[in-house]
Design a protein around this ligand. Structure first.
Ligand SMILES: [Zn+2]
Length: 286
């Protein structure tokens, strides 16, 4: 579905969610119909939209100009064009040059003001931020717990462990207060040197090792921050965490807490599919 805005949008949306903002006031840049509803683009927003390339963190909820935001999606418009592509219909990868990248706030009623207040549901945001911070920490802990299963050299994570997470992940979903990460243990991973032998039997012990590391990292009250090379939606942002012994960084477009202690507690459950080809990690905070 194409959405004609009838004007030159003139640049990507600036976003304030990477620095933890949940409120803002901004000029309306464009409004256009979105499948019987209404899309609004502003110059700067605190709203985190669902990413179309790696849709891990769900969209923020809240209000724009006092109207409930029913959905918040990524939009893209090619420079010099007036047609916005939305979400899965965007034909290029996140951040492709020559395109403007937009946060599109979808409402049931039209936004008519030239300037609007934006307010994200702060409680919902906080539980997604907790889930996302826990997700990254759990991935690092899983890398550590599986380090002994690699028979060949593979790229290491920020703590020096073989990066199982990066090598095997097929999907990551942030949920309120947690995450669900799915890893593929196929032939290509084995060819790269990962041994899945006896994994099913060892899973409880691996989960225990992951939980012990997470407990240590929460107790360490490590600082978390997002570095951004620019204000635009698709700037290549990086998550940093000052864990004991190393400052770790992971590319990330989402939102996070500012200290690991804010998580309270974090634990994982690990589940192997019947055919042994898929490992699922559920991370829960509390
Ligand atoms: Zn992330």
């Amino acid at each position: 579905m194409l959405h004609d805005v009838g004007m030159d949008i003139g640049g990507s949306t600036s976003v304030s969610f990477p620095r933890g903002e949940v409120r803002g006031r901004s000029t309306v840049v464009a409004t256009f119909p979105v499948d019987g509803r209404h899309g609004t683009v502003v110059a700067e927003t605190p709203f985190h939209p669902l990413d179309h390339t790696w849709p891990d963190q769900p969209a923020d909820t809240g209000t724009i100009g006092g109207l409930p935001v029913a959905d918040c999606v990524t939009g893209a418009v090619m420079d010099g064009e007036e047609t916005v592509h939305l979400g899965p219909d965007i034909p290029v990868r996140r951040g492709t040059p020559g395109w403007s990248w937009l946060v599109v706030h979808v409402t049931d009623d039209p936004v008519t003001d030239a300037e609007v207040e934006l307010a994200v549901d702060a409680e919902a945001r906080r539980s997604l931020s907790a889930g996302h911070t826990a997700c990254h920490l759990a991935a690092l802990a899983l890398n550590a717990a599986l380090a002994g299963r690699w028979r060949k050299e593979v790229p290491a994570d920020g703590l020096g462990h073989p990066d199982f997470d990066q090598a095997a992940i097929t999907s990551s979903r942030i949920v309120p207060g947690g995450s669900v990460d799915v890893y593929r243990l196929g032939k290509s991973l084995r060819r790269r040197g990962f041994s899945a032998e006896g994994l099913a039997a060892e899973l409880p012990e691996i989960a225990q090792r992951v939980d012990a590391l997470l407990k240590e990292w929460v107790a360490a009250d490590a600082p978390v921050r997002i570095d951004s090379p620019g204000p635009e939606l698709t700037a290549r942002r990086t998550w940093h965490c000052g864990l004991p012994g190393a400052e770790v960084s992971i590319p990330c477009g989402g939102t996070h807490l500012s200290r690991t202690s804010e998580l309270g507690s974090v634990g994982v459950t690990l589940e192997l599919s019947e055919d042994g080809a898929e490992l699922t990690m559920h991370t829960v905070t509390g």
